[in-house]
Write a protein that binds this ligand. Sequence first.
Ligand SMILES: NC(=O)c1ccc[n+]([C@@H]2O[C@H](COP(=O)([O-])OP(=O)(O)OC[C@H]3O[C@@H](n4cnc5c(N)ncnc54)[C@H](OP(=O)(O)O)[C@@H]3O)[C@@H](O)[C@H]2O)c1
Length: 328
Amino acid sequence: MSSVSWFLNQFFPRTLLDRIMSKQFGLNVFSTQIKQRNPHRLSNQQRVVLITGCSVGGIGHALAEEFHSRGARVFATARRLESMRALEELGITTFELDVTSIESIRKVHDQVSQLTGGRLDILINNAGRECIMAVSDMDIDIARRTFEINVHGAISMVQEFIQLLVASGDGCVVNSGSIAGILPLPFSAAYNSSKAAVHALSNTLRVELAPFNVKVVNLVAGEVSSSTSRPLLLPDNSIYKPIESTLLRKCGRISQATVLPTAHYAKRVVNELSKSKPKPWYWYGDKSLLCWIFDTFLWKTSLDGMLIKMFGISELAGLIQSKKAKND
Ligand SMILES: NC(=O)c1ccc[n+]([C@@H]2O[C@H](COP(=O)([O-])OP(=O)(O)OC[C@H]3O[C@@H](n4cnc5c(N)ncnc54)[C@H](OP(=O)(O)O)[C@@H]3O)[C@@H](O)[C@H]2O)c1
C-alpha cells in the first residue's frame, strides 16, 4: 500500500487520491448534491474574505490590499490594530485577532457573521511565525508556540468559521504552507515541521470538506520579502558554537532574503484563488519551482550536501576533523 501511495502522490494530481479517499469514506455522494444546489460561482466583487496575520509589510497585508482592489469585501485581522492602519485607510475592515486565543477568534466570528449575514467565502490562514534553532538547542516552549500559531491556530480558525464557509456554498480555506515544509533547511526544524503539518492538514481537510463544496488550497510559498525575521538562537553550550559567526551571517542572510515583493506574490495568489478550480497545492515564490522539482523527481538526500555547504556546517566538520587529527 505504501508504494502505491508513493507512486500516486509522486506522479498523479492530488485530486485523484482525493476521489479515491472520498469514495472510500462515503463523502463524494453529498458533493454532487451540493454542487447541483449551488451552480453559480461568486465573482470577486461579491466575495467575503477573512485573512489572519495582516501586519504591515507581510504577505497577509498584501493579500488584503489585492483582494480589496478587486472589489472583494475584506476583513483583515492581526494581533495589533495599529499594524493595519494603512488597510483601514483604504476602507478595509480590520479586527484584532490572535489565532491562539479562542475568545479572540469567537469575537471576530460574531462580528463577521453579523456584518455578512452569516457567510464567509474565503478564509486565509496566513498568520505564522519563524523559529530559528538547531534541533539539539531547541527551546521546546518556543517550538510549541510555533506549532500553536502555524498549525493549531489554523485548525481553530477552520473550526470556528466552518458554518460560515459552508453557508457560502462556494467556500475556500487557504493555508500558508512553505517550501520549508519540504526542504531539509537546517536550524529551522520547528518551523519546517509546522509547515509540513500545514501541508498534511490541507490534504486531509480538502477531502473532509469536499461534500460541502468548500475547497482547500495549500500555498507552498517560496521566499517572499517579509517584514520580520527572527534571529538564530544559539545557547552557550550549543554544539554549533564554534561556527557561531558563520551561522549568524548565513541564517540571517537567508531568512531576510527580499527576493519577491509581497505585492507581486499576492497578485499571483489572488489570480489563482479567483479561478473556479484553484490548484490544491499552489507553488509560488522564489525557489519554489526548484523545490517542486526536487520534491517530485529527486531523492530525499539530494540537497543535503548543498545545504551543508550553504549554511557553513561543512566548516564545523573541518574544525572537528582538525581537532581530532591534533589529538591523535
Ligand atoms: N515570507 C516568506 O518567504 C514565506 C515563505 C513561506 C511561507 N510563508 C508564510 O506566510 C505567512 C506570512 O508570512 P510573512 O512573510 O508575511 O511574515 P510576517 O510579515 O511575519 O507575517 C506574519 C503575520 O502573522 C502574525 N501572527 C503571528 N502570531 C500571531 C498570532 N498568534 N495570532 C495572529 N497573528 C499572528 C504576525 O503578527 P505580528 O506582526 O503581531 O507578529 C504577522 O502579521 C506565514 O505563515 C509564513 O510562515 C512566508
